[in-house]
Ligand binder design. Structure first.
Ligand SMILES: Nc1ncnc2c1ncn2[C@@H]1O[C@H](COP(=O)(O)OP(=O)(O)OP(=O)(O)O)[C@@H](O)[C@H]1O
Ligand SMILES: [Mg+2]
Length: 405
């Protein structure tokens, strides 16, 4: 028995030791778990803080850029006049002053006529302004397919024939001209007194050819877009070429192309530059380029002969006041939907000596009003007589001496 005593003691103490170790292990495991949990919390906090820090850094960057931008001096907008040896240019400021300056290395591919930003002090070119030229130009010009057809033109037989020959035919059958070996005119000039159907002719030819019809008004080009005229002309022709076949119709072309005694004032110089650009554009494309130009004016007397030189608007078509037969034709066009009673159109037309197409149309509308005022549903010869008197009277009031000789 005694022999067993120390052995028992040993077993006992080992058990106690093991229990102690197990307890210690348990304590350690739980504190490890705790630490792991704490670690998790800390790393989520860290993540959050890192995210916040990124946001703050971005905010700082933005504010900083904004601040730097605000501190920068404003740049002036100028236009390139001439480029010299790739890194120098003559620029023009909006006030008309011209300067010789350097082009910054970062600015590439500049061309004359483009807008750039220049440093206020050195006037060196810092940036190019990129306009989306087509969108810009499409805001300023009218592009549409006119509804007016040949049928709506009364009289003007020879004029219609000529317009068809020089505008419609080359657009429809360019090959024919190539084979025969002649060059159709690039453009025509319609001239004559107001209201005789010049605009109507241009629209009808655009209607019959399915060409893109780009309509610009000369006086608007020079008045509304001061300083931009030349650039707009350039863009108009770019657009015309892009959308070919097309017809560029320049109404009131005299506003651009009038002969000038002096070119002293800046306004005159501006018109002159727009005009020069127009000539350059006309010279710049080939005869069969599928772009036709129609100019219209009622002041051919003041037109600069440069515009009607060969290769430009070299076919002049006079659109004059209609004769009696012409007046009858126009009257038929404008009265075709009217409810007429006992009206003899030839007699009405005989009464309208000296009337333009626009006035004949006004007579028809006015005659209709006479009927409406009397609560009638039909128009009588007396209505026409009254209308003719009224229109003639209005015109006499408006007539300016010396206008269109
Ligand atoms: N020959 C015509 N046949 C039918 N209608 C005509 C004729 N001429 C003129 N008109 C009528 O008069 C309106 C005005 O004509 P249009 O605008 O073509 O004149 P214009 O010659 O261009 O005048 P302006 O020189 O004032 O611009 C036309 O919309 C049309 O209704
Ligand atoms: Mg017109």
């Amino acid at each position: 028995m005694d022999k067993d005593q120390p052995q028992k003691k040993m077993v006992y103490s080992e058990t106690v030791n093991l229990q102690g170790l197990e307890a210690e292990n348990e304590a350690l495991t739980s504190s490890l778990e705790k630490l792991e949990q704490e670690n998790k919390v800390i790393s989520t906090t860290l993540n959050r803080l890192e995210e916040e820090s990124a946001v703050l850094r971005e905010l700082f960057h933005n504010v900083n850029t904004e601040l730097t931008n605000l501190k920068k001096p404003a740049l002036l907008v100028a236009e390139i006049m001439t480029i010299i040896e790739n890194n120098k240019a003559v620029i023009k400021l909006p006030n008309g002053n011209k300067f010789y300056c350097y082009i910054s290395k970062d600015v590439q591919g500049l061309q004359c006529g483009e807008s750039v930003l220049v440093d206020q002090k050195s006037l060196n070119i810092m940036e190019k302004i990129e306009f989306n030229s087509n969108l810009e130009i499409e805001k300023f010009v009218i592009i549409n397919k006119p509804k007016e057809s040949w049928k709506e033109i009364g009289g003007l037989k020879e004029e219609v024939q000529e317009v068809k020959e020089v505008i419609e035919l080359p657009l429809k059958k360019p090959k024919l001209f190539e084979k025969v070996g002649i060059q159709p005119p690039k453009g025509i000039l319609l001239y004559g007194p107001p209201g005789t159907g010049k605009t109507l002719l241009a629209k009808a030819v655009a209607h019959s050819t399915d060409a893109t019809f780009i309509e610009v008004v000369g006086s608007e080009l020079v008045q509304k877009f001061i300083g931009e005229g030349a650039k707009l002309v350039k863009e108009i022709f770019e657009l015309a070429r892009k959308k070919a076949p097309s017809i560029v119709f320049i109404d009131e072309i005299d506003a651009l192309a009038a002969t000038r005694m002096d070119t002293g004032t800046s306004g005159e110089r501006e018109v002159n530059r727009t005009f020069m650009q127009l000539l350059a554009e006309m010279d710049g494309f080939k005869h069969l380029d599928n772009v036709k130009i129609i100019g219209a004016t009622n002041r051919i007397d003041i037109l600069d002969p440069a515009i009607i030189r060969p290769g430009r608007l070299d076919r002049l078509i006079e659109v004059g006041l209609p004769d009696e037969e012409g007046r009858l034709e126009i009257l038929k066009v404008h009265s075709k939907n009217m409810n007429l009673q006992k009206v003899k159109l030839p007699e009405v037309s005989a009464q309208m000596e000296g009337f333009s197409g626009a006035e004949i149309r006004a007579v028809c509308t006015e005659a209709g009003f006479f009927a409406i005022r009397e609560d009638r549903e039909y128009v009588t010869p007396e209505d026409f007589l009254g209308a003719i008197e009224k229109i003639r009277f209005e015109d006499d009031d408006e007539l300016e001496p010396g206008f269109f000789g």
